[in-house]
Design a protein around this ligand. Structure first.
Ligand code: DQA
Length: 147
């Protein structure tokens, strides 16, 4: 499949715990269940997705660096690194392919430290607060950006 029909979906730290982790904030779906929904939408939209999760900032940076070789766009929930990682922001800026920043919870309705995203400036846009649906909206946005 052409590169611009391939989207890399990245989940950051602690998202492997979805389903068990603060379900009142992040919902009851597991990461696996969310990934199945992302894959189903990708099929409907006629694009290919590759989905990865890491708790390691360095690994996420590496994946973002390598992404332009094989993908046309990124959907990224950088989780806690959203608020701390200059490295991830720089990697996204360097990658030069469109990235859609997504969050399950509305980061602007929560603690003060979550209200700032360091990666936002390197992203095409941000979708925050729609539960697992943020990923699906993010995938639709990413696909539109590369069409
Ligand atoms: C999150 C919000 C972040 O503040 C938090 O650290 C996460 C998940 C979200 O999807 O709502 O781990 O990115």
């Amino acid at each position: 499949m052409a590169k611009n029909r391939k989207v890399l979906v990245l989940h950051g730290p602690n998202l492997n715990l979805l389903g068990k982790r603060e379900p009142e904030i992040y919902g009851r779906l597991t990461l696996e269940q969310i990934n199945r929904k992302i894959e189903a939408l990708a099929k409907e939209l006629g694009v290919e997705v590759e989905i990865r999760q890491s708790n390691s900032e360095g690994e996420l940076v590496q994946w973002v660096q390598e992404s332009p070789k094989r993908f046309g766009a990124l959907v990224i929930n950088a989780a806690a690194y959203t608020h701390t990682s200059v490295a991830l922001r720089d990697a996204l800026a360097a990658a030069g392919i469109p990235a859609v920043e997504v969050h399950i919870s509305n980061i602007y309705k929560r603690e003060e430290f979550r209200r700032r995203s360091l990666i936002a400036e390197a992203a095409a846009g941000q979708i925050t607060g729609f539960g697992f649906n943020s990923y699906l909206l993010g995938l639709r946005a990413a696909v539109d950006l590369v069409r």
